[in-house]
Design a protein around this ligand. Structure first.
Ligand code: GLU
Length: 525
């Protein structure tokens, strides 16, 4: 690769389990930002050396889930083969490469074949337990560290299964007192050296994660390895392996877990309990990808919100994302906050584009509603644009499912009366009020004229023209103009609260307005 000075090479390296979750997206997004912000490369490697967990189509699932959120890879596994000069990018296709480096370590005495069986290992563990020693294969317990070459050959030829273990005693002397790593998120880490002869090659000839990532991230020239904090404890092994191979380690960045508030307490998001952990949740509910990205930035970098306030119109990609501002202690993930961020974000999207997004979402998640939305794109655009201009734009729209519910009354097929008539209006008054409204209704009226008519109608039927008159002398009136317009609002939208009713009527069109008012009057009469 010809990359400029300072360009970062980052990667996403999922196991092909088929489940892509919010934590993956969080880390992928940070990796993508680092690479693309610096003119570097973001690639996808599939860590499929553990064939038990493999799910067919898992790589495609990763690619399509991330691309839905606007993240794309420059190199690595793609839906149509591999791209880039540092492949193969499937670990299962790299067997020969790993074995070549295993051989090098074995020939230098830094690794060795170990034939200990599961039963033998179990016995070692029992003895260690009895003697209150650290469990594992190391030092005196590493029975096969010094087998002779003849013996190794004989065992292998006779078909005995074996693993290859790293010889922890051959760890670089410089690491014996402890391992120091400058983690780009957590700062300077000081850890005890790795004591164990960890397995680097499994009986099937494939490497363990420890070894594979060391070889791959070196050969693929990864500059920054960002991964979950569950890998922190094996960092000393990884550092030792890099040193044993004579390579410089990449910059490690260990992220933290996503937490959720439950009452006053916080807990880790769980696959079983929290549907919002799955990325498909956001697609099904219809969160706009830009909104999810925007929200992720607010939890990725503590200074994002301040930046957003100073740069309200800029694309989120202009925000200078930094590792140093990433949190290292449990990030709180909050769906309500996502909703708020989303409302702000959707406000920046033109109505026509939003209409396109909503329709496409409905095709995916609510096909029966998609048919309605598709019928008239201009109608939908007008609906979505209500109250969005002006000094104080409305922030009603958050995500697909919520928007659909919010605007459903515009569609006859979805419209229904949901709320009760106002308390101040005797039910017997409802048909009379609605008929009077219909009689005076003039679709061409401007907003002021229209409301003027409602006032006079209210007054003619015993309701105060102004709420404050009613408050002053409630004994003089049945209710006030607000109650009368609530009746009209319910007849037209089915709800007691809605955006500006005059605007709604203009969009519904005269015929639909009349039909709904008539129907409500008839139903109540
Ligand atoms: N395959 C590892 C995992 O899914 C990748 C960790 C890493 O990014 O190095 O956890």
């Amino acid at each position: 690769r010809t990359l400029a000075e300072g360009a970062m090479v980052t990667r996403m390296a999922p196991s092909p389990t088929g489940f892509v979750h919010l934590g993956n997206l969080y880390v992928a997004f940070a990796n993508e930002r680092l690479a693309h912000q610096s003119g570097g490369v973001f690639f996808l490697r599939i860590e499929d050396t553990d064939d038990k967990r493999e799910v067919e189509g898992a790589a495609e699932a990763v690619i399509s889930s991330l691309s839905h959120f606007g993240l794309s890879f420059d190199e690595g596994v793609t839906p149509v083969g591999e791209a880039g000069g540092y492949g193969p990018y499937y670990q299962s296709l790299r067997g020969g490469i790993y074995q070549c480096f295993v051989k090098k370590l074995v020939s230098e005495g830094k690794a060795y074949p170990c034939f200990l069986t599961a039963e033998e290992l179990e016995r070692v563990r029992e003895r260690q337990e009895a003697a209150k020693r650290t469990p594992g294969v190391y030092g005196e317990w590493a029975a096969h560290r010094h087998l002779s070459l003849e013996e190794v050959k004989a065992r292998i030829t006779s078909g005995e299964p074996y693993v290859v273990r790293f010889n922890a005693d051959m760890t670089d002397a410089g690491l014996m007192d402890g391992v120091r790593v400058a983690d780009a998120i957590r700062g300077e880490l000081a850890m005890p050296p790795n004591p164990l002869d960890v397995v680097i090659l499994k009986p099937n000839g494939l490497p363990t994660y420890h070894f594979a990532h060391v070889v791959d991230d070196h050969l693929m020239r990864t500059t920054h390895v960002m991964r979950g904090e569950e890998w922190l404890s094996s960092l000393p092994v990884h550092v030792a392996l890099f040193r044993a191979l004579g390579w410089e380690a990449p910059t490690y960045c260990h992220t933290t877990v996503l937490m959720k508030k439950e009452g006053e307490a916080k807990r880790k998001l769980s696959k079983r309990k929290d549907p919002e952990l799955s990325l498909d949740y956001y697609r099904r509910e219809g969160y706009h990808p830009a909104a999810v990205r925007e929200y992720l930035l607010t939890i990725l970098n503590s200074n994002f919100e301040e930046w957003r306030m100073e740069n309200p119109g800029s694309p989120a990609e202009d925000f200078p994302f930094t590792l140093g501002k990433m949190s290292n202690s449990g990030i709180l993930f909050d769906l309500d906050k996502l909703g708020d961020v989303s409302k702000e974000c959707l406000l920046r999207i033109p109505a026509a584009e939003l209409a396109g997004f909503l329709t496409e979402w409905a095709r995916y998640a609510k096909p029966e509603a998609a048919v309605l939305l598709e019928r008239d794109a201009g109608y939908l655009e007008k609906i979505l644009d209500i109250g969005r201009s002006g000094e104080k734009p409305r922030k009603d729209l958050a995500y697909g499912a919520q928007i659909l519910e919010f605007i459903s009354y515009f569609y006859d097929e979805l419209f229904r009366i949901e709320d009760d008539w106002p308390e101040n209006v005797p039910t017997a008054d409802v048909p009379a009020l609605l008929s009077a409204y219909l009689e005076g209704y003039c679709h061409g009226d401007g907003q002021a004229e229209w409301f003027g008519r409602i006032r006079s109608m209210a007054s003619a039927m015993g309701y105060a023209e102004k709420p404050k008159d009613f408050k002053k002398s409630p004994e003089l009136y049945k209710g006030h103009v607000g109650d009368v317009s609530a009746v009209i609002r319910i007849a037209l939208t089915g709800r007691r609260s809605s955006p500006d009713l005059w605007e709604i009527q203009q969009i519904l069109g005269e015929e639909r307005v009349r039909r709904r008012v008539e129907a409500a009057a008839a139903r109540q009469g």
